[in-house]
Design a protein around this ligand. Structure first.
Ligand code: SME
Length: 156
């Protein structure tokens, strides 16, 4: 697993130096995605409120057909509609699952949010079943919260 505390500190240093969200989002995805063999695909989707869709910002792993996902669709869109993180131990049991790659077995979606205000999400796929723990969710959430601080600052 990646060192979440170090990643959060690195992201804050980037903010202090004037890096914008684009650089932070890419750095976070690269760091998380390369940190753990369990993670076969790691990406960030940002919410486009006007279109009511998630738009893929950046990712590591194979290209996906799902560059845009309507809110409410798939695991990713459901997380936004329900304003909740989702940890899916077995994607084959999901009635509305959008497959990114055939070998994916489990998936975790952690929202990038400031309270009720949702900016997007960190989405991680795994080829292992039940790959994600509550600890993973908490660590990824700490990164998502730092990203939300920058996205909020740029909105003003
Ligand atoms: N599996 C997601 C789609 C995103 S891809 O995994 C990259 C979903 O069901 O929403």
């Amino acid at each position: 697993m990646f060192e979440a505390g170090k990643l959060v500190r690195d992201l804050q240093i980037m903010r202090d130096e004037g890096y914008l969200s684009d650089a932070l989002l890419r750095y976070a995805v690269r760091t998380i995605g390369s940190s753990d063999k369990r993670f076969s695909w790691t990406g960030v989707y940002l919410l486009n409120a006007e279109a009511n869709e998630l738009w893929l910002h950046n990712y590591v792993g194979s290209p996906t057909e799902h560059a845009k996902i309507p809110v409410g669709s798939g695991v990713c869109g459901r997380a936004v509609a329900e304003k909740a993180n989702l940890n899916i131990p077995d994607v084959s049991k999901e009635s509305d699952y959008l497959a990114c790659a055939p070998d994916v077995q489990s998936e975790m979606v952690v929202l990038i949010r400031a309270g009720e205000d949702i900016f997007g999400q960190i989405d991680i796929d795994s080829e292992d079943p039940k790959a994600f723990t509550e600890d993973d969710e908490l660590l990824v959430q700490s990164v998502a919260d730092k990203l939300a601080e920058q996205l909020m600052a740029e909105r003003r």
